[in-house]
Design a protein around this ligand. Structure first.
Ligand code: F6R
Length: 581
């Protein structure tokens, strides 16, 4: 979703802004723009499409030392140059991430202004200009803004009268301050500034930020002494390091991620799980799929009642909380609007929350009662891989902690994961057999079905092949009518307790002409005529088996998308962090 970066310092602002924006590309965007102070005025440059277009349009040499940049992911109005940010009204130029829910009403009230774009953001810009004309002081304006703007926003603002300053404010949309040496930044996300500084300040909702050569933050009407923290992410996490794509690089990082996740799993920080009668897991997308693995494991290894919910549904459903409910929220970004709302709902009902979050200092990480950081590091590819793997590792660790199981043999686990990644040639061959198809099915039972859902999502989002994951036993209740000669099926068989049943279902589709790619735990494999291609998955402890099983699915999706010449790291229409409903 939209990304913001702002700069005040002594270097060439346009170049720094565009560099920062290029590190936010992964969030998803369709246009980009900057505003910078040069020749005694604020200049705006905006371009549709990729950051490279913006880079070509900015001045190569610029004396400008102050500016704000933005990548836009269209919500109100089509992606084009006019709708892209920054927007200017009167003396105010701003960039916005989020959604202004009351912009239609405000637009009517701001009848004196002429609006060029279809965006809600330009309305916020006009409102701030109007307030500035009335109050003559930006601090006061920004203190008033929260009572007038409804929705979510992170705003980076410059004012014609104050060319050496950036103002900023946030509500429900991410924004941090980067603290450099004689230079300061605002940014939506860590990668935008990671190659400039590792020191950062987290902002609370409605903090008023005044950034110049010093940093001033006003909270509830008083200036505060900000707490400066330090990122533990490395700069090389935001570069390709010789890989063709971030997705591939991140798949290769998975053994390290699993090691870090296991090593940092500190049981002292947790709630006493057995004191809860009910666990509700809530998440979106792949994080939801990781939650399904958690559901399966906690159900199987403990006696605690567990349910799972898609966050966008959970926020509007009726809740039967009792005091002994724990809500677990899983989120890579920690900013997903629906998941964040889940935290609010639980807190409002005095229900304990446990967040499993990857991004340090993100909103969910800050709002939950208990927190486990997944140790994936900075994930750039829109399609998550290493964060998902870290999440399912944590699910396994939680289940084994509750069930008081022996410690995992992490060396064996990691070696196995490495060996699965290394079988690239096999995945490439499978991709050869499916990349021209337009439809595909994943089938499995129990945990294998849950892994199929993740495999299907990966394939859809990066290769644009339509796929569906089905519980293998459910096919004959309708979907099997879609099987014609050659229809590809990826069948997953790793759960020994139900393997025979799944194999019967595989035979049913094979008998109708399906082309079956069998992903099977090696010790369960028997040769036969019920498959066309086979991938053998090394056996692991049941709790950690999904870690080895999902990797072929990630790599099949990757190789398939590559053969279809898709933009793997930035799939169409998708954003890395979904900060709007
Ligand atoms: C899929 C993917 C998404 C996210 C989902 C939740 O590859 O990345 O489905 O898993 O948008 O995002 P987070 O985990 O940031 O809450």
């Amino acid at each position: 979703m939209c990304g913001i970066v702002g700069y005040v310092g002594s270097k060439n602002a346009p170049t720094i802004l565009v560099d920062g924006l290029s590190h936010l590309e992964y969030r998803g965007y369709d246009s980009a723009g900057i505003v910078f102070y040069e020749n005694n005025k604020f200049n705006i440059i905006k371009t549709e499409g990729r950051i490279s277009n913006l880079r070509d349009a900015i001045p190569f040499e610029s004396p400008s030392k102050v500016g704000v940049g933005h990548t836009r992911w269209a919500t109100h109005g089509v992606p084009n140059q006019v709708n892209s940010h920054p927007h200017k009204q009167g003396k105010i130029t701003l960039v916005h991430n989020g959604i202004i829910e009351n912009y239609t009403g405000l637009k009517k009230e701001l009848g004196n202004y002429t609006f060029n774009s279809e965006t809600d953001s330009e309305v916020a810009c006009a409102l701030i200009d109007k307030l500035y004309n009335e109050l003559g002081n930006m601090e006061e304006v920004l203190e008033k803004v929260p009572s007038m703007l409804k929705g979510s926003y992170a705003l980076g603002i410059v004012v014609d009268d104050e060319p050496n300053k950036i103002y900023a404010i946030r509500h429900k949309s991410p924004l941090i301050i980067g603290v450099g040496d004689n230079e300061n930044f605002i940014a939506s996300d860590v990668p935008a500034i990671l190659n400039k500084t590792k020191r950062y300040i987290l902002l609370d909702d409605f903090d008023v930020v005044i950034l110049s050569d010093e940093i001033k933050i006003k909270r509830n009407g008083n200036f505060i002494e900000p707490i400066i923290k330090e990122f533990d992410w490395e700069v090389d996490q935001t570069s390709l390091n010789g890989f063709d794509h971030y997705m591939l690089k991140e798949i290769y990082e998975q053994p390290d991620v699993v090691r870090r996740t296991i090593e940092s799993f500190d049981t002292n920080e947790f709630p006493e799980f057995t004191s809860y009668e009910k666990i509700e897991i809530v998440a979106c997308g792949s994080a939801y799929h990781a939650g399904l693995i958690g559901l399966h494991l906690i159900e199987n290894y403990t006696n605690i009642e567990v349910s799972i919910h898609v966050a966008s549904e959970y926020r509007y459903k009726k809740h039967n909380f009792n005091r002994k409910t724990l809500v677990i929220i899983i989120s890579q970004s920690g900013e997903t609007a629906d998941s964040l709302e889940t935290v609010r709902i639980a807190k409002e009902n005095n229900i304990d929350t446990l967040g499993i979050v990857n991004v340090y200092g993100s909103s969910i990480a800050r709002d939950v009662k208990y927190l486990i950081y997944s140790k994936a590091g900075c994930e750039i590819s829109v399609a998550t891989t290493k964060a998902y793997l870290s999440q399912i590792t944590i699910m396994g660790l939680i289940a084994s902690k509750i069930a008081k199981l022996d410690k995992v043999d992490s060396e064996h686990l990691i070696k196995t994961i490495v060996s699965v990644i290394e079988k690239r040639e096999i995945y490439d061959n499978i991709a050869n057999s499916i990349y021209t198809k337009e439809h595909l099915f994943f089938i499995g039972r129990g945990i294998d079905y849950y892994l199929g859902l993740e495999g299907s999502l990966k394939l859809k989002e990066i290769s644009y092949i339509h796929s569906e994951a089905y519980p293998a036993g459910e096919l004959k209740h309708g979907t099997i009518s879609l099987v014609t000669p050659g229809t590809p099926f990826i069948a997953i068989v790793t759960d020994e307790s139900i393997a025979e049943k799944t194999i019967s279902n595989i035979k049913e589709v094979k008998a109708r002409g399906a082309r079956v790619i069998l992903l099977i735990r090696e010790d369960l494999f028997e040769k036969g005529d019920y498959y066309d291609e086979v991938i053998l998955i090394p056996r692991l402890d049941d709790i950690y088996q999904p870690l080895a099983t999902v990797i072929p699915l990630q790599l099949i999706a990757y190789e398939t998308a590559k053969k279809r010449n898709c933009d793997i790291d930035k799939p169409r229409n998708l954003a890395k962090s979904v900060t709007v409903e």
